[in-house]
Design a protein around this ligand. Sequence first.
Ligand SMILES: [Fe+2]
Length: 289
Amino acid sequence: MTQYPHNLKPQKSAGFGLGLRTEHYHPFIEQKQPVDWLEIISENYMVPGGKPLAMLDKIRADYPMVMHGVSLSIGSSDGLDYDYLDGLKALSKRVEPLWISDHLCWIGVNAHNSHDLLPLPYDAPALERVVENIQRVQDYLGQRILIENPSSYVEFRSSDMTEWEFIAEMAQRADCLLLLDLNNIYVSGRNHGFDPMAYLEALPADRVQQIHLAGHSDMGDYIIDTHDAPICNDVWELYRASRNIVGDVATMIERDDNIPELPILLAELDQARAIAAESAVVVQEGTNG
Ligand SMILES: [Fe+2]
């Protein structure tokens, strides 16, 4: 297993970003927008050529980027798809991303892609498999990757640890980094009845390199992680609380459906900046006093 630098994340975060969506290609090309970086969905650009790659190259010339995938299937017991990894590595050479991430999930069996991020049982065999897969991916790419906590609607009877215990152990053993999706914690917390704060406090803070903020659909008895609405107040409060736990971490808004004009998302990102600035003041006052 490759040994990576001892320092897990940079002293200063990469700042505030947005997920790059086709609807916003032109505003990003025509004018420098107030974002520090953009997150791309890797699979959208793992293609031989055409308009998406041409747009990507144009936008990349002006903005740092991070790569976020949905098809790594890190929990799969089928083993890794090395054709997929070849494509990911080739895209990474082109984009030179700040980092590469994917989800804690599996996506299908026997080469059949369900196009869903399916949940894992939180037990020792699944942990073993995920740790081994992450180590192989990291060795293949020659860098640590970030793994994102999922949102889920079902639990497995075979689970004998909590999701946060599983993720903490996984990160430690695989020596990977974490993408903390606060909306996913909120959604799963409501669906399964756990306390999001207990989750946050149990994670290895020094491994959290990025935060996702997103909206969801509240159905009353349960929540669906739709990414089609503004961030709700409870998730903003979770973000405020997270700053005191994981510190200054690169933050972005993840909007995938019902996509508004760019200024609306930029205003939402300003809300994240304001909360981060407030918590920085509180930390500073605490340090001085
Ligand atoms: Fe996310």
